[in-house]
Design a protein around this ligand. Structure first.
Ligand SMILES: [Zn+2]
Length: 184
């Protein structure tokens, strides 16, 4: 996943093509983007779906090959498409970025990072076990590997949402019924 920060605002109305300007809407009690014909453009958060994908108690992290945050570690995940479910997005992103299939075990957490201090996203994080198979990294990934809890590169994580998702996973591991790391 990569966040566009700050979140972009459109300049033109998608209904009629006239310029949009910020105007106070008394009925809604806040400023909105409005065109001269009165069409309101609602600026809502984007949905990002990620997965804490686990194998033998180790979590899968990917090192980003693209800016922003090139070289930093992140979870498999990305922006949800308009024509897919959250679960479908989780499976698709994990497969595109790593070649692995994951069996989703459940919802881990939901995080929000509101604009303007954040990128204006809702981050939905699942967890699950990866199925057998070899790692085949996609073009947006430099490297992918499984980390035991002790090995997680906390100082080199790409986003605070990744940090928070991993902390939540480690704190809930027992309650989730996740297997502890094997010693091999
Ligand atoms: Zn318009």
């Amino acid at each position: 996943m990569s966040y566009c920060f700050p979140p972009p605002k459109p300049n033109f109305c998608p209904h009629c093509g006239l310029p949009l300007e910020e105007r106070y809407i008394p009925e809604e009690g806040r400023e909105r983007l409005v065109c001269a014909q009165g069409h309101i453009f609602y600026l809502n958060p984007k949905v990002v779906v990620s997965v804490v994908a686990v194998r033998e108690g180790r979590v899968l992290l990917l090192r980003r090959a693209i800016e922003p945050r090139r070289g930093y570690w992140t979870l498999p995940g990305g922006y949800m498409e308009i024509d897919e479910s959250v679960e479908g997005c989780a499976l698709r992103e994990t497969h595109e970025e790593t070649g692995l299939n994951v069996r989703l075990a459940g919802l881990l957490t939901i995080l929000s990072r509101p604009a303007p201090t954040g990128p204006g996203i809702v981050s939905i994080v699942f967890w699950g076990e990866t199925q057998d198979g070899e790692l085949h990294i996609g073009p947006e990934v430099l490297e992918a590997r499984f980390f035991s809890p002790q090995e997680i590169p906390w100082d080199a994580l790409a986003y605070d949402t990744v940090r928070e998702a991993l902390r939540t996973y480690l704190a809930k591991q027992k309650e989730l019924g996740a297997h502890p790391p094997t010693s091999t």
